[in-house]
Every structure is written in C-alpha cells, then in structure tokens.
Design a protein around this ligand. Structure first.
Ligand code: FAD
Length: 376
C-alpha cells in the first residue's frame, strides 16, 4: 500500500465512515485510520433520526435492509414518573452501533476505501500537505485530513484545543437487555436525579438502555449496579425495566469526560466532523444524524477542493465552517437550553405538565433540535 492519499480520515465512526463512502464514490483515494476493528459496541442511545435516511440511500446504504426497527413514538417521563407520549414529527429507526458502524464499514470496503487499524497520535501540517503519525510510528500523507475521532482524543491535546482542559461533568453508560414486552415502535426518555436514559429496540430484538449521568450523582454510588439501584430505579419506568429486563452484556460499557463545550470546526487545517466538531446533548436524539450530516457537508466541500483548482484551501475551510454553523449552531444552542431545563427538577416538572396539556408544544421542541430530511 502506498502511504500517499488524497484524503486521510482519522476515526472510523459514523462521521468518518460516511465521509469515506462519499469521497470514494467521487473517486478520491481515501484512507481511514481507526483504532478498533469492526464490529464493536459503543456507548450510544441507538435511535437514529430519519433526517439522514435519504442521504444514506443516495450513498447506497439502506437502513431498511439492515432490519433497523421503525420508531415513531416518544415517551418522556420526569424523575418522579410523570409522563407524556407523542408521535415523533420525523421519526427514525433503532439500530445498534455494532450493526450500524459495521454496515458502513462493509460499504466503504466495497467502495475500495483503505483501512489501517491503529491509533493516530499526531497530525502535522506543513507545505500545504499533512503527515499523520500512528502509535506504531507509521507515517501516512495526504492533501486533506478529516478529524472524525469522536468526543475526545489525545490528538485534541496535541492540537491544544480549548475544550480539552475544561473538566467535563458527564459520563455515559450503556448495555443491551432482553425485554420482549418493550414496544417496538417506541423510544423512551426517562429522567432520574442527575441524568436521563433512553430505551429503544435494536435490529437484534435487544433493548438498548443508555444513559447520561453527572459525576456528582454517580460518584456517590461508585459502581453501575449500585447507581442503577439507588438512583436510576427511582424513576418508576426505569424501576420496572431494571427489575424485569435481563442484561445481555457481561458488563455495561461506559465512557467518561463527555464534553459538550463548543469546539472549532477547523483546527490547524484539519476538517473536523461529527462529535470532533461539536456534540449535542443526547436528550435531543440526533447526534448520529448530525455526525452523518456534517460528513456530507465536509465531503462536498473537500471534493470541490480536490477537483477544482479555483477553490482554495482557505475557501474550503471558510465555506465548511459557514455551512456547519448555519446547519448546527442553533440546534446545539437549543439542546443546551433543553438540557438545563431537564436537569432542574422543579422546571422539568413544570415543563412536562405544559407538554402533557399540549403535545403539539413537545413536537415543536423536538423539531427545534432536528433538521429536515436531507435533500440529495
Ligand atoms: C450517552 C449518549 C447517548 C447518545 N444517544 C444518541 C442517540 O440515541 N441518538 C443519536 O443520534 N445520538 C446519540 N448520541 C450521540 C452519538 O453517539 C454521537 O454523536 C455519534 O456517535 C458521533 O459519531 P462520530 O463518528 O462523530 O464519533 P464516534 O462514533 O465516537 O467515532 C469516533 C471513532 O474514532 C476512533 N478514534 C478515536 N480516537 C482515535 C485515534 N486517535 N486514532 C484512530 N481512531 C480513533 C474511535 O475508535 C471511534 O470509532 C449519544 C451520545 C451519548 C454520549
């Protein structure tokens, strides 16, 4: 394998794999460097908004054939179990990250994307080109590097990104469960003191339970079983779930230090995609759609740069930043407001009382954090 590419993508999650499929479809030479082999489980709510379905179809990736579960209804409850149900304006599907990332990986292989399974430790830009160095001291070169390595990485330290030095108050926990009575077409968002968790079915029939919790509340209990029992199960819906559902993983997966701070979309000429560019609070249920959508915007601009000498690197970076902000900035802001509301016991009770009386208001709030289906 030659070590010289038009595009190197660091991180093969949803954003990285989508960009790889898009750019290889346009006949660019693409390398993905990913630290883990496929398939693998990831901490994620596993509800994907339909916003990205038409775009994925245009890349010849069908969520329907992957047996993803159609979801059209949301149940929302407060920590004390006050609840409301509504039809989702756009709806989506339930699919495990084990299945989804692997589906995209298989498609990327078909498109002749090359893969290296290593951890990237350094990205260097000089003389209008990049050199990417892995932990095994392998070097790869490219005209463009996409940073799609997720929420945080040692690369962020190397790039001296501002958010990396700020302490993050959140951690995420996830596992699959056998719970046959869970309604297939539902996604549920249940609150508890210091966090909230989502429940939805995946293509395997398993129910995914994934939650975001603050360190402040978690550290008092120290382990997942005790936290589930003493804090999470205070919500009556989650009490019923945890009492009756059978865990399918030996241990829950967890990630720490989840940062929702604002980030730069282009950093030292690296085009950042997905969570590497910015992460929305999970209660919005559209981080995956945003990751895939950002890969589309990046790929279109990168293809333009690679095929059109009149479109300079500066224009590429400015255009991508403008489009990214126009598409996602308002949603991220709205996500922050809803997160603050949900984390305040008194206000979330008031808000839920309001949306119980007017499910139309709830649908309006959901719409404000989601995009329309991407027209291709
Ligand atoms: C608790 C929680 C629940 C969520 N629930 C939902 C939900 O229900 N619906 C939804 O739409 N979104 C949800 N999200 C958001 C969603 O998970 C993310 O937005 C999405 O995974 C972003 O994809 P990505 O490709 O940017 O990053 P990732 O999927 O994290 O991919 C990054 C990849 O980079 C690799 N990598 C990292 N560092 C390196 C390195 N140095 N070298 C090589 N490879 C590297 C990693 O192994 C990984 O495969 C949730 C998030 C959290 C925290």
């Amino acid at each position: 394998m030659s070590n010289n590419f038009e595009v190197i993508i660091v991180g093969g999650g949803l954003a990285g794999l989508t960009a790889a499929i898009h750019l290889s479809k346009e006949k660019n030479r693409v390398l993905v460097i990913e630290k883990k082999t496929y398939p693998h489980h990831k901490v994620c709510g596993e509800y994907v908004s339909h916003e990205i379905s038409p775009y994925l179809e245009s890349l010849d990736v069908s969520l329907q054939t992957s047996k993803a579960v159609a979801i059209d209804t949301l149940t929302l409850s407060t920590a004390t179990g006050k609840s409301v149900q509504t039809k989702l304006p756009l709806g989506g599907v339930g699919i495990s990250r084990y299945g989804f990332d692997n589906l995209l990986y298989q498609k990327a292989l078909k498109n002749k994307v090359q893969f290296v399974f290593e951890t990237v430790k350094n990205i260097h830009f000089e003389d209008d080109a990049f050199e990417v160095l892995t932990e095994n001291e392998q070097k790869y070169e490219a005209r463009i590097v996409i940073g799609a390595y997720g929420k945080r990485s040692s690369i962020d330290k190397q790039l001296k990104r501002e958010f990396i030095n700020k302490k993050s108050a959140w951690l995420g926990i996830k596992a699959h469960y056998e719970f046959p009575t869970f309604q297939k077409n539902h996604v549920a968002l249940h609150n508890f003191k210091g966090g909230y968790g989502g429940l939805s079915k995946t293509e395997t029939g398993a129910v995914n339970f994934c939650y975001l919790a603050s360190y402040e509340s978690f550290q008092k209990e120290k382990n997942v079983d005790s936290f589930n029992e003493k804090v999470v199960a205070k919500n009556p819906f989650l009490y019923e779930f945890l009492k009756n559902a059978k865990p399918m993983f030996d241990e829950s997966l967890s990630i720490a230090q989840i940062s929702f701070e604002q980030k730069q979309v282009v950093e030292n000429h690296i085009i950042m995609c997905g969570d590497t560019a910015g992460l929305i609070y999970p209660l919005c249920g559209n981080g995956m759609a945003m990751a895939i959508h950002s890969a589309k915007i990046a790929s279109e601009n990168i293809h333009n740069f690679l095929s059109n000498k009149q479109f300079s690197r500066t224009e590429l970076e400015q255009q991508y930043t403008r489009s990214w902000n126009a598409t996602f900035k308002k949603r991220l802001w709205m996500g922050r407001q809803l997160q603050s509301l949900m984390m305040n016991e008194h206000l979330s009770n008031l808000a839920l009382t309001a949306v119980t009386k007017s499910p139309a208001l709830l649908r309006k709030l959901i719409k404000s954090t989601h995009g329309k289906p991407i027209v291709c």
